[in-house]
Each structure stands twice: as structure tokens, then as C-alpha cells.
Design a protein around this ligand. Structure first.
Ligand SMILES: *[C@@H]1O[C@H](CO)[C@@H](O)[C@H](O)[C@H]1NC(C)=O
Ligand SMILES: *[C@@H]1O[C@H](CO)[C@@H](O)[C@H](O)[C@H]1NC(C)=O
Length: 583
């Protein structure tokens, strides 16, 4: 590991952190705003002070000693040419560790503020100080915040947040962010999209009956292509004949929020109808951070995610992570489940994790988003492939920002360069980008090195179109796509048809789980963070999607073109992965 050396050298060469000379000084200087919004973020309404007795867990994310160590190492170990040696938990902790003086300084500040050291712990792989059960009064004093209870005007969910917070001047360059403070999103389920989107009609298509490998001709009416099912998807992605061989050492995780649960009875009904060789498919449920579970109350999102991951990757073990927000129901969604994974032994973390929830990038601060993205990066370092849906709003739904300007709204965490963003397609022959497929460019994360060859080519062709509505130097998304229209699912015993990148994501995750299965069976490393591979050598396993648009924000959106594009980009073909050595 290159960075182990650098860490040591850096420690020796580090410029003494000026004001740290007297770390125990009781004087912390004036407070300076760390982050604040001009107004309460849209769709949230203050309900006044939180109920008396409310406590929150505060996460203080410390800056890493060497800022670029995580991304440099992640890209290095994920490169197809690199003999992929993912890191151990201990190696990750060392890589991301804060400078010892940072730790000392922040701890002495907390002590000075009367926070007992017994309530402080180091979490999230090693650069987060977690303060358990802080009272609102104490949190307000610590951060010059004014925490309120906020209610979402549409779905009615509540959160405890502050519109701004501050830290003593001397702490700014040591602390990346504090959460929960100003992040106002709530990840909404993205699949309740019942009216099928319009698209070009499919014609007669040549399908290959997977089991025999013989081409058969099927007439494809609109209806037929509007209904996706496991046999079609397995044929399309070339996975039908692969028999998993490493199910004792591989698993696929589905992350659920908002008390969405899948039910075993629905999975069985689905498999009986659509994949009868897999009727005995099962899953386990892990309740994270007070997440609930009630198989009698299944929800669309969780059912879709689980049923299609299983449809692709059966009999790989599936784990559903029902993620809650802690005992006081105030914890941050992403920090909750990432904290859970990052304190598990590495072998307990699924090799592939699929999540079909998202929020708008601009509903949280840059620093918060960087922090959460780095937590995903840690998973990549540990050898986990993390897949995120890009949402179903094209370039954005309601695009007037609070200051009146119009801006496309890229979805987070898909904009994080350390996750694989999955967009949606529809139809077949040609397969086209779905009109709702989320795509665009991040306002927070710059173009990652793995996109340096493809994204500028797209932008050059785009010219002036949509200038000012998106960030031309930002990370582009999606990275990959899959069918997303017309998924039959079973929910509470009833069959429904749903659409969305929510369906595409577990399908891709299922394929990745199968490739990992193959890798494990050959005693090879699992794929881990996928993007350097997808934009590099695995390109031969991808089919370019070259038509379709993703309108939104009162524009016609972007257009799919040959090569990378921010609509639907490419589709993965399993067996092509083995025409080259993935290492
Ligand atoms: C501290 O909080 C007050 C009241 O909310 C606010 O007016 C002030 O700007 C804050 N100070 C800093 C440095 O953020
Ligand atoms: C565009 O992206 C770059 C790189 O992430 C960033 O530094 C810049 O602030 C962004 N500009 C806007 C207007 O969001």
C-alpha cells in the first residue's frame, strides 16, 4: 500500500498545526458558521422545539490526515490492471485516520464543553467521533445551533435538524462536518410510478432461449416488452445458464428505509410464477439502528428490490437491511447504515449492496455529502460493490431553487464517485433510455478520473445546450443501466406492475453478485468498487444504449448517444465478463 508510507512520511513532515500548540486552552475563540441555509429547505416546515427530553446522536466527522489517500487508494485497488487486494478493516482505519492532533484538539474541546468522554466513541471506520444521547440544549450550545422539529409537507415524516451550525474558528480545518445538522433530505421510495412511460414500439425481436442457446423468434408487441420478467432479464444479460458455486462465501445486501419491508410469502409467489426453479428462495432480515420488520406489511419498493435481486442471483444468500433512525428516530439515514456496515467484520459485509432510494444532492451540504461519499469509498476499499439508483425524475422534477435560479437536480448518493449509479432503459431492439432515467452531473463531486476519457467527449458534442443548468466539471451519471419498465412484482399477495431505476438497480446488483460468485469460486478477488473496471476493461461486456432522452425541469433533458451519456449509457452482459481476465 503506497499510502502506508506516505502516512508515515506525512506525519514526520507535517507542519505543526499552528494554533494546536496549546490544545487544552479553555479559549476556543469565536464561533464561525460551518454550514447554514438561507431559509428552511423546501418541503420542510418547522414544528417548533423538539419535544422535551429529545436527544440526538451527534456524529463529528474528522478530516483525514491525508485528504486524498482514500480516493487514490480506492482507484488503485479497483483498477483492472492492479492485482486487486482489497484492504482489511485495520488498513482502512489507518488510511483514513485523522491527524493525532486533530483528535486531541476536538476531544479537548468536547471535554471543555462538558461532554463526558464515556459518551464519545470512534466509529465509522475510524474518523468519526460519535456522541451518544446529546440533549438538544447541549447540542444547541455546542454548535450554536437551533435544533427544531421539521415535518415534511408531502409525506409527513419528521426530523430534528438545524438550519445552521457553527464551530470555533480553530476547529474548522479539523472537522469535515457534524451530523445531523443541516441535511434535510429524506430518501423517498422511487418506484411508485404506475403509468407506463411512452416510448417507441418494439418490433419483431430475435430472442435466444437461454437454456438451449438456440435463437427463437418472438413477436414483441408493446405489451410483451412492457412486461419484464426474470427469464427475459436473465436471457438479456446472459446469466441464465450460470450456476452459482460460492453461495457459502457470497451474499447480496438490499438496503431498505422508511419501514419498507419485503415478505417471504410474496417472494415465494413471485418465484413460483416467474422462476419456478427458485421457489425455495429465501432471505434474511437484519434490523439496523432500530429499523422495523413486519412481513405482514410488505411495501412495493422492498418487494421489487428483493424479488429482482433474487431473480437474478438465486441461490446467492440475500440479506435485507431494514434501516431505522435509532431509538429517538432522529439519526441520519445514510450515516446509520454505513456506520453499521463499517463496524462489522469485513467477512460479514455483503460483497454487493443495492439501494434504490435517493435524495437531491442540494438538500445536504457539500461537506456532509463528501463525508457520506467517503464512507461509501471505505466500503469499496473493503471490496464491496455499492450500487445506487439514479431516481426517476430525468434531469430533475421541480427545478427552481430557493434563490429563483433553475438548475438540474442530480440525485445523491448516485453522484458520489465511489458508488455505481444505475439508470434505466426500456424496450428491446432497440433498447432505449427510459424517459425518467435519472442522469446528469454532480454539483459537488468533480469529474472522477475513470470518466476522464468519456464525459468530455459527450460534453463537446452537447455544445452550449443546457449551459448553466448543470455543472460541466462534475461527475457524470449514470455509470450503467438496465431495464426499468414493466416489472411484475408481488406485494401482499397481489401482483402489480412497477417501473423505475429502482428495478434496474437490483438487476445489476444480481449480475454483479454472480460475477463475484464466479470470482470466489476461482479463488480470485471479488470486484469491489466497479467503476474503474466498467469504464476500463469491462467495456467489452457492455452494450451501448444510444437513443432516448430524460426530460425534466421543463427541458428535453439529455439525449443518449453512442458512447457515454447522462441518460442510460450502457447495459451489462454477464458472460462477456469472462472473455477477458477481470483479475
Ligand atoms: C449563532 O446563532 C445565532 C442565532 O441562531 C445566529 O444569528 C448567529 O449567526 C450564529 N453565529 C454563527 C457564528 O453562526
Ligand atoms: C461545479 O463542480 C466543481 C467541481 O466539483 C465545483 O468546484 C464547483 O463549485 C461546481 N459549480 C457549481 C456552480 O456548482
Amino acid at each position: 500500500m503506497r499510502y502506508r508510507c506516505i502516512t508515515v512520511l506525512y506525519a514526520l513532515a507535517v507542519v505543526p498545526l499552528g494554533s494546536l500548540a496549546k490544545p487544552l486552552s479553555p479559549r476556543w475563540g469565536p464561533m464561525y458558521t460551518k454550514h447554514s441555509w438561507n431559509a428552511v429547505p423546501e418541503n420542510w416546515q418547522s414544528q417548533g422545539h423538539p419535544p422535551p427530553g429529545t436527544t440526538i446522536n451527534l456524529y463529528i466527522a474528522l478530516k483525514s490526515h491525508h485528504e486524498d489517500a482514500l480516493s487514490d487508494t480506492l482507484y488503485e485497488v479497483s483498477e483492472p490492471t492492479h492485482p486487486r487486494h482489497h484492504l482489511t478493516t485495520e488498513q482502512v482505519a489507518k488510511l483514513i485516520a485523522p491527524h493525532p492532533q486533530t483528535l486531541e484538539l476536538v476531544n479537548s474541546w468536547l471535554m471543555h464543553q462538558g461532554i463526558p468522554s464515556s459518551s464519545i466513541s470512534m466509529t465509522h471506520g475510524g474518523n468519526t467521533l460519535t456522541l451518544k444521547d446529546v440533549s438538544i440544549t447541549q447540542a444547541n450550545a455546542l454548535l450554536n445551533a437551533s435544533y427544531r422539529l421539521y415535518k415534511h409537507v408531502e409525506h409527513g415524516g419528521t426530523i430534528v435538524r438545524t438550519v445552521g451550525y457553527a464551530l470555533p474558528a480553530g476547529l474548522h480545518r479539523h472537522v469535515l462536518t457534524v451530523a445531523p445538522t443541516t441535511s434535510f433530505f429524506s430518501p423517498p421510495p422511487r418506484t411508485q410510478r404506475h403509468p407506463p412511460p411512452n416510448g417507441p414500439d418494439g418490433g419483431a425481436v430475435g430472442l435466444v432461449r437461454a437454456a438451449s442457446g438456440e435463437p427463437v423468434t418472438m413477436l414483441s408487441s408493446r405489451e410483451e416488452i412492457d412486461t419484464i420478467n426474470p427469464s427475459f432479464l436473465r436471457w438479456l444479460h446472459g446469466t441464465s445458464t450460470y450456476i452459482p458455486a460460492s453461495t457459502d462465501r457470497n451474499s447480496l445486501g438490499i438496503v431498505g428505509f422508511l419501514e419498507d419491508y419485503p415478505s417471504p410469502a410474496d417472494l415465494e409467489a413471485f418465484m413460483r410464477k416467474y422462476r419456478s426453479d427458485a421457489e425455495d428462495a429465501t432471505f434474511t432480515v437484519t434490523q439496523v439502528n432500530n429499523g422495523g420488520y413486519d412481513p405482514e406489511k410488505p411495501a412495493i419498493e422492498a418487494s421489487l428490490d428483493l424479488q429482482y435481486a433474487e431473480a437474478m442471483a438465486y441461490p446467492t444468500p440475500h440479506i435485507f437491511y431494514s434501516t431505522g433512525r435509532g431509538a429517538s428516530n432522529t439519526d441520519d439515514w445514510y450515516i446509520s447504515f454505513l456506520g453499521y456496515f463499517l463496524r462489522e467484520p469485513r467477512e460479514n459485509i455483503p460483497k454487493t449492496i443495492s439501494t434504490s432510494y435517493c435524495s437531491e444532492e442540494k438538500t445536504a451540504s457539500l461537506e456532509y455529502s463528501v463525508y457520506v461519499c467517503n464512507l461509501f469509498g471505505q466500503l469499496g476499499l473493503l471490496g464491496v460493490s455499492v450500487l445506487y439508483a439514479t431516481c426517476d425524475d430525468g434531469v430533475g422534477k421541480d427545478c427552481t431553487l430557493s434563490d429563483g435560479t433553475i438548475r438540474f437536480k442530480p440525485p445523491f448518493p448516485a453522484t458520489c464517485p465511489f458508488v455505481t449509479a444505475v439508470g434505466g432503459t426500456m424496450d428491446y431492439n432497440p433498447e432505449v433510455g427510459a424517459s425518467f432515467s435519472g442522469g446528469g452531473f454532480s454539483d459537488y463531486f468533480k469529474l472522477p478520473r475513470y470518466q476522464r476519457r468519456v464525459v468530455p467527449a459527450f460534453l463537446q458534442n452537447l455544445g452550449n445546450k443546457h449551459q448553466g443548468l448543470y455543472n460541466a466539471s462534475g461527475r457524470g451519471l449514470p455509470d450503467i443501466s438496465a431495464q426499468s419498465v414493466g416489472f411484475p412484482i408481488f406485494v401482499n399477495g397481489e401482483e402489480k406492475e412497477v417501473h423505475g431505476t429502482s428495478g434496474a438497480t437490483p438487476v445489476v446488483a444480481g449480475i454483479i453478485a454472480l460475477i463475484n460468485d464466479y470470482q470466489i469460486s476461482r479463488n480470485r478477488p471479488v470486484l469491489g468498487f466497479l467503476n474503474p473496471l466498467l469504464y476500463g476493461r469491462a467495456a467489452v461486456a457492455l452494450t451501448d444504449i444510444t437513443s432516448g432522452t430524460n426530460p425534466g425541469c421543463n427541458t428535453d433533458g439529455f439525449s443518449a448517444v453512442p458512447g457515454w451519456d447522462p441518460v442510460s449509457s450502457t447495459r451489462l452482459f454477464f458472460f462477456f465478463f469472462f472473455t477477458f481476465d477481470v483479475g
